[in-house]
Design a protein around this ligand. Structure first.
Ligand code: C2O
Length: 597
């Protein structure tokens, strides 16, 4: 089914164009009783009945005949903005006539890579030359479709800073045994680290699309991929120490009590230690999730809580804003990272990586991140964010229900060194996977920035040029532009930054503020902070796609009191490698309400 927002009057027109381009004619099967016949010739007269005021959304099914199904699909994908339309595939597999059913054409989830075709991954440029890394997995031909074992009792992942002595001893032993496995064993620490390199630095092409990288970051596959990755890593450790209840610790960086690198990782004689880290950022240094460069610990803590509140609640309008944008079979990489991935996730990587290494090894680059045991502890907290977000009481549907998402596949080796194919849909609920998280307070949950005292139109705000005259823009300097709101008065609006192009081999970061008078603020705990975009360096084999991100402005508008204004001033502050960041466009649109049925 296609679910369409009633206010998006151009959708039908786009479908019309798509049909024309692909010489296909489609019938809209419902909503009844308004079934309507379309062909590529005549244009419909009155689409208004699709957009009744009674419902926030409406669904219908297209049944298409003739022409090039694939071309229609591509054309639709390119033309229809997913911010306005959500594709769902409700009765997909029971549809009677799959050949002529558009739903099938649209349901093309990413396929698992073909390990036999794995090639070299790219490391960063070392002294100007690209260095190849071989991180391909060992080959066995038998692949089994993975079935989640029935969980009798949930494994509980503890907060690392609270972990007890006995637990740490067990964890150390498990990692030690994993490091002692022969490197060709797919369960060995070397091979486990390689998994990240292969899936993230262009070693695997998409099955059936030679020359198109698989990239599990910067899209909606980010959370599920890493969840499965840690799942098997954890089960292998459990098996090695003969303890099926063993669960990975999480680095509780969202809580002031956990805002330093957990101490178990810093003893240089421990198997949990890794030499390639930024020594300046080891305890007692407080993590700076904004990487603003502030040295004031208290400021870091309030920044961190503001960032957490922003990426979990304030800036998020739909499930895709949190999870990331759709990434499908045949898609170019990097459609757009979710708020958590481009926020706390990315900065914690860069915080730990060693700036003295050529490519910020180990944590500061995707190809090497898995070589640091701390990676798995960091990602355990990243994974916890997915769990916490799904449990938030915010009025947003929390699950992606599209088959494109649920049926995407990855390959991993399980704890018995058996190669298994897993499905994203099986990873949505962590309890079904047999584990949960030790409960900790969530001090960011209501960490709203203070409202701006009085509306002040001062200096640089009134002189900001119109965005239309400035974009596309490269962020070699702070960019400050005036952007028209989509409507006057109280409205749910989104700030959209589109066609973001970056040099992926660089650590990238910029922050976004609205009606902010300061230039380069190290203080993020203020009403004007709208969100961020950060990216961990990695090399791709093939070219990288363009990303877009949405930032919800509703609470921000309230907090800075701009209901009566026609425009706002957006400030984009480059924090790192701004000259390697280009943003194609900026706009404010009404916030679509995602509805699923
Ligand atoms: Cu796959 Cu945190 O990176």
């Amino acid at each position: 089914m296609l679910y369409i927002e009633r206010t998006r009057t151009s959708i039908m027109h786009l479908i019309e164009i798509a049909m024309a381009t692909s010489q296909t004619s489609c019938t809209i099967l419902n909503p009844t009783p308004y079934s309507h016949k379309y062909s590529s010739k005549p244009f419909f007269a009155k689409p208004s009945y699709f957009f009744t005021n009674a419902k926030r959304s409406i669904d219908f099914q297209l049944s298409c005949k003739g022409g090039e199904k694939r071309a229609l699909e591509t054309s639709l994908r390119n033309k229809i903005d997913r911010r306005n339309v959500l594709f769902g595939f409700g009765g997909l597999y029971s549809a009677a006539n799959l050949d002529s059913d558009l739903q099938l054409a649209l349901a093309d989830p990413l396929k698992a890579p073909e390990f036999s075709k794995c090639g070299v991954a790219k490391d960063l440029n070392k002294g100007g030359a690209a260095v190849d890394v071989n991180c391909c997995p060992p080959l066995f031909d038998k692949i089994i479709d993975y079935k989640l074992p029935h969980a009798t009792k949930l494994r509980v992942r503890p907060a690392a800073h609270k972990a007890r002595k006995e637990y740490i001893a067990k964890y150390k032993k498990a990692i030690e045994l994993m490091k002692a496995l022969p490197p060709e064993d797919p369960r060995s620490f070397t091979q486990q680290a390689n998994i990240h390199c292969a899936y993230c630095n262009g070693a695997h092409d998409q099955a059936g699309h030679p020359g198109l990288d698989i990239q599990v970051h910067n899209s909606w596959l980010f959370f599920p991929f890493h969840r499965w990755y840690l799942y098997f890593f954890e089960r292998i450790l459990g098996k090695l120490i003969g303890d099926p209840t063993f669960a990975l610790p999480y680095w509780n960086w969202d809580n002031p009590k956990g805002m330093t690198v957990p101490s178990m990782f810093i003893d240089s004689t421990s198997p949990l230690y890794n030499a390639k880290r930024n020594l300046a950022n080891m305890p007692p240094t407080v993590i700076d999730l904004g990487l603003t460069g502030t040295t004031d610990d208290l400021q870091k803590v309030v920044n961190n809580l503001t960032i957490m509140y922003s990426e979990m609640v304030r800036s998020v309008n739909t499930v895709e804003d949190f999870m990331g944008k759709p990434y499908l079979d045949g898609s170019t990489t990097d459609p757009g990272p979710g708020s958590s991935e481009r926020g706390s996730h990315a900065t914690a990587h860069v915080f730990v990586g060693d700036p003295k290494q050529p490519s910020f090894e180990d944590m500061g680059n995707f190809y090497s991140a898995g070589r640091d045991p701390l990676f798995y502890c960091h990602h355990s907290n990243v994974d916890r964010m997915w769990t916490l977000w799904r449990d938030l009481k915010t009025p947003i549907p929390k699950d992606i229900t599209e088959a494109d998402f649920l049926n995407a596949e990855f390959l991993f080796y399980d704890e018995n060194a058996q190669l298994v194919r897993v499905r994203v849909g099986d990873s949505v609920n962590n309890a079904n996977m047999g584990y949960t998280y030790e409960k900790m307070e969530l001090p960011w949950l209501n960490y709203k920035p203070p409202k701006k005292a009085a509306k002040s139109k001062v200096k640089n705000l009134s002189t900001a040029p119109n965005a239309a005259h400035v974009f596309p823009v490269t962020l070699n300097n702070i960019v400050r532009v005036e952007v028209p709101k989509s409507s006057k008065g109280k409205a749910d609006e989104l700030l959209v930054l589109e066609d973001i192009e970056v040099d992926p081999s660089k650590y990238i970061k910029f922050d976004v503020f609205v009606n902010d008078e300061d230039d380069e603020s190290k203080e993020l705990d203020k009403a004007e902070y709208a969100g961020t975009f950060a990216q961990v360096p990695h090399k791709t084999k093939n070219s990288k796609g363009k990303s877009s991100i949405n930032l919800k402005l509703t609470q921000l508008y309230d907090d800075i009191d701009v209901a009566d204004d026609d425009t706002i001033v957006v400030t984009i502050v480059p924090r790192s490698n701004g000259d390697n960041i280009t943003i194609g466009g900026i706009k404010i649109i009404p916030a679509p309400i995602a509805t699923f049925s």
